[in-house]
Write a protein that binds this ligand. Structure first.
Ligand code: SAM
Length: 240
């Protein structure tokens, strides 16, 4: 078991890992605390050094960046935890939003926790919470499942399994499959199931389609489907 005292300060302390949320489209969503810690850590682990480099340039910051992504996560996690253990302050960011949520991060956080090193959350933007808080679907409980498998059969099997789930389901879907998935929602869960598809949250073309699955499917068929999407599925018993 590991335990660490909460640290809510804006100063990067030696020997700490900071899990720093960054904007999902609107740079103004970066909190003062996130900005201060981005500026203050000794080392910043990031999914894509170019993407994070660009964000830092827009903030007029320059940091030492270390790549930490799905292809090197296993060994990079231990190396980065070594830095924390050696007394450096390490920040962890992903390309956008909250690290470790459908993004790399879990392994590094676990490596630090296993060694009893303090891990500090610096919360902020996250696509799933942005969609949930503004969709108008029930939020007293929800199940977030990240990305479903790309194959249609696996997605349909998931929908059948959770057809009668009592809370809202939340997931991420790629722009390449969103129209197909909207059709699958109407087909598997029935035309009246209430769903929300949220596109480009916090960006210029932010759009919420909320309604019966069949209506959302039809509205999507006429829309531009470039961008990023969150899908919410209301419990079976819910009506608008
Ligand atoms: N960790 C991130 C977070 O906190 O939201 C999610 C990273 S995941 C690799 C990227 C997916 O999140 C996108 O494919 C999309 O489904 C969703 N997403 C990210 N930004 C979004 C946005 N601005 N609007 C809608 N969905 C978004």
């Amino acid at each position: 078991m590991s335990e660490s005292l909460p640290n809510r300060s804006c100063t990067a302390l030696p020997g700490h890992l900071y899990v720093i949320a960054t904007p999902i489209g609107n740079l103004s969503d970066l909190s003062d605390r996130s900005r201060a810690l981005l500026a203050g850590v000794d080392l910043l682990a990031c999914e894509d050094t170019r993407t994070t480099g660009l964000m830092l340039a827009r903030l007029s910051l320059k940091r030492e960046l270390v790549a930490y992504h799905e292809h090197n996560e296993v060994e990079a996690a231990e190396r980065l935890a070594d830095h924390v253990a050696a007394g450096r302050s390490v920040g962890l960011v992903s390309d956008a939003g909250t690290p470790a949520l459908s993004d790399p991060g879990f392994r590094l956080v676990r490596a630090c926790r296993r060694r009893g090193l303090p891990v500090v959350p610096v919360p902020g933007p996250c696509a799933v919470t942005a969609a949930l808080c503004a969709a108008g679907l029930p939020t007293h409980g929800y199940l977030f499942v990240g990305f479903l498998p790309p194959k249609s059969a696996a997605r349909i099997a998931f929908l059948k399994k959770y057809q009668s789930f009592e809370f809202t389901l939340a997931l991420y879907e790629s722009c390449h499959r969103i129209d197909k998935f909207a059709a699958e929602l109407a087909e598997v869960l029935g035309p009246d199931r209430v769903v929300c598809i949220a596109k480009e949250l916090t960006k210029l073309h932010e759009t919420f389609w909320v309604g019966r699955a069949i209506e959302v499917r039809d509205r999507l068929a006429q829309a531009s489907l470039k961008g990023e999407f969150v899908v919410l599925i209301a419990p079976e018993s819910y009506t608008l």
